[in-house]
Design a protein around this ligand. Structure first.
Ligand SMILES: *[C@@H]1O[C@H](CO)[C@@H](O)[C@H](O)[C@H]1NC(C)=O
Ligand SMILES: *[C@@H]1O[C@H](CO)[C@@H](O)[C@H](O)[C@H]1NC(C)=O
Ligand SMILES: *[C@@H]1O[C@H](CO)[C@@H](O)[C@H](O)[C@H]1NC(C)=O
Ligand SMILES: *[C@@H]1O[C@H](CO)[C@@H](O)[C@H](O)[C@H]1NC(C)=O
Ligand SMILES: CC(=O)N[C@H]1CO[C@H](CO)[C@@H](O)[C@@H]1O
Ligand SMILES: [Zn+2]
Length: 495
């Protein structure tokens, strides 16, 4: 069959899908480790291994992490307007199967909406879920559940995600993550909306159980096997959820990605047990990317380890629920991380992210700033052995953080080459039980464009994304937020 190059470049034609055997499954789990590259996995694996085996970098005994067992191939990630993608363009590719420009949330370059695999699943009677550690209206969860010209249109995205301004109404049965402030009306002092929309009240009217803190999560979903009914929304931070390195020191504040994933899968399983139709869930280890942008090696490791814990849990889950399949790939690499003189041991001493330490330092109001910096901030950054002269230099600088990040990176023998994304391919992981796993590997071993991934899920679940696109486009009106809806205040974690 002949396809025009233009069509192929636009991702409008399934290039290899014609040859897929595609086993059938009832449920599909898709996991996005945002900003995770091959060096992220190596750093996390070696970090965990040296601690578990008590070995060191000169005589290493290295063990596998969950992700190492599940590698299928690699994924190309370019956007339609840039070889280096952002999460919005890449997310549109792996949620909808269409190439688009950086910043686009499930619209094609001409501004037209395209249906996501989650929307197609919902229309076909499946249950659906988005579980993330970023704000829930951040690019990756947004591409499954909203259509806007610019990812910065956070208010419009939140309103679509909960069904207030989505032409299909509510399409997501479970929403777990951060971004609470976008669901409160501007009259609330903790709101970050510029209008009076009260999306939590709207959600309640639509039958959602609403949770706004960890106590509410524990009460409703605490034992993971609860028959808690769908739909529900739980947002546990006004902003991004905490980095795992910080959260693990204060677990009473927020649930972990693993806890949220267990709760979501447990309730999805209960809700679909008696039905022929299963569920589609997207889980995102969102903040691997933020740690990459921040060049924060220890925060990057801890969020990558958490991603592997979720993969390990999901592999066991699938063994117990063999009608379920898993696919997992990052949207792009972030930070250009290399491990050239690598020794993860110094990272073990790091207690907190630089984001957390900066907040703590800026809030310090005592009289002995130097003493506080030396006795509290530096050790928590894994830098307890710096000289007095170095401390003077750090405190004399307009900001000590960039220099401190370099110091810990040098200790660990890693380099970050950028505070942005890179064009490098990312790893494709997957899993299925028994014969399905062999068929899955036969289909997907190799290198794929990111637009092919949802086309595979479409075949496995027997869905129709093109029909979903046609339904979205049949709706008249201005519900697709244009470029003007983007907020002026740009999120520093944006890409
Ligand atoms: C690393 O481990 C090896 C083998 O146990 C040991 O001989 C060596 O002294 C260790 N090196 C350091 C720096 O601890
Ligand atoms: C949930 O509901 C199912 C079906 O009604 C029942 O078999 C199961 O015991 C319930 N589980 C819990 C934890 O209540
Ligand atoms: C100083 O910080 C402490 C701890 O964060 C806080 O409880 C206290 O109110 C602050 N004092 C002033 C004067 O801001
Ligand atoms: C949308 O508008 C076009 C003309 O602008 C019209 O032909 C079409 O029927 C409308 N579709 C719906 C669903 O109202
Ligand atoms: C460009 C750069 O930052 N290079 C550094 C990479 O890491 C090694 C080992 O830590 C340093 O020696 C280089 O200066
Ligand atoms: Zn990013």
């Amino acid at each position: 069959m002949q396809y025009s190059l233009t069509l192929l470049a636009a991702g409008l034609v399934a290039q290899t899908g014609l040859t897929w055997a595609a086993p059938q499954a009832k449920n599909f789990i898709y996991i996005v480790p945002d900003g995770y590259g091959q060096a992220s996995q190596t750093m996390a694996r070696d970090y965990v291994s040296l601690q578990k085996t008590g070995s060191n970098a000169s005589a290493p005994i290295i063990q596998e992490l969950a992700g190492d067992r599940l590698v299928l191939g690699t994924v190309r990630t370019h956007a339609s307007d840039n070889l280096v993608t952002d999460s919005a363009a890449s997310g549109t590719a792996f949620s909808c199967g269409h190439k688009t420009y950086n910043d686009a949330i499930s619209v094609t370059p001409d501004g037209q909406p395209v249906g996501s695999i989650l929307e197609a699943a919902k229309l076909d009677g499946f249950k659906t879920a988005l579980v993330v550690t970023s704000t829930i209206n951040h690019a990756t969860p947004a591409v499954y559940s909203a259509h806007v010209a610019n990812r910065d249109s956070y208010e419009a995205i939140a309103a679509q995600q909960i069904g207030y301004s989505h032409p299909f109404g509510p399409v997501v049965d479970i929403l777990l993550g951060g971004g609470r402030c976008y669901f409160k009306p501007q009259s609330d002092p903790t709101s970050c909306r510029s209008d009076d929309l009260d999306l939590f009240s709207f959600a309640q009217k639509k039958g959602y159980h609403v949770m706004q803190d960890r106590a509410a999560f524990d009460a409703y979903l605490g034992d993971y096997t609860t028959n808690a009914s769908l739909p529900y929304i739980g947002l546990f931070n006004d902003d991004q959820m905490m980095y795992e390195i910080d959260r693990s020191k204060a677990p009473e504040k927020e649930p972990s990605l693993l806890e949220m994933s267990k709760a979501a899968l447990g309730t999805l399983d209960q809700a679909t047990r008696a039905s022929k139709k299963g569920y589609f869930i997207m889980i995102e280890a969102s903040r691997i990317d933020h740690a990459g942008h921040a060049n924060d090696a220890a925060a990057h490791v801890h969020d990558t380890v958490m991603y592997n814990e979720v993969l390990g849990f999901v592999q066991e889950w699938i063994n117990a629920h063999p009608d379920t399949m898993l696919m997992s790939a990052a949207d792009h690499e972030c930070g250009g991380l290399t491990t050239n003189a690598f020794d993860p041991a110094p990272l073990v001493n790091v207690q907190h992210s630089f984001e957390y330490l900066k907040t703590v330092w800026e809030a310090y109001n005592g009289t002995d700033a130097r003493g506080y910096f030396t006795s509290t901030v530096l050790p928590a950054a894994g830098l307890s052995d710096v000289t007095d002269a170095q401390i003077d230099k750090l405190l004399g600088a307009s900001s000590p953080w960039a220099e401190m990040k370099k110091m810990i990176a040098t200790k660990a023998g890693v380099n970050w080459s950028t505070g942005g994304h890179t064009a490098t391919d990312v790893t494709l992981h997957g899993y299925a039980a028994g014969k399905k796993w062999r068929e899955f590997k036969g289909d997907m071993a190799g290198n794929h464009d990111n637009t092919e991934l949802p086309r595979y899920i479409e075949k496995v679940l027997k869905l129709d994304m093109d029909a979903t696109t046609a339904k979205l486009r049949a709706v008249n009106g201005s519900w697709v937020a244009g470029p003007d809806a983007a907020r002026k205040r740009r999120d520093v974690h944006s890409h």
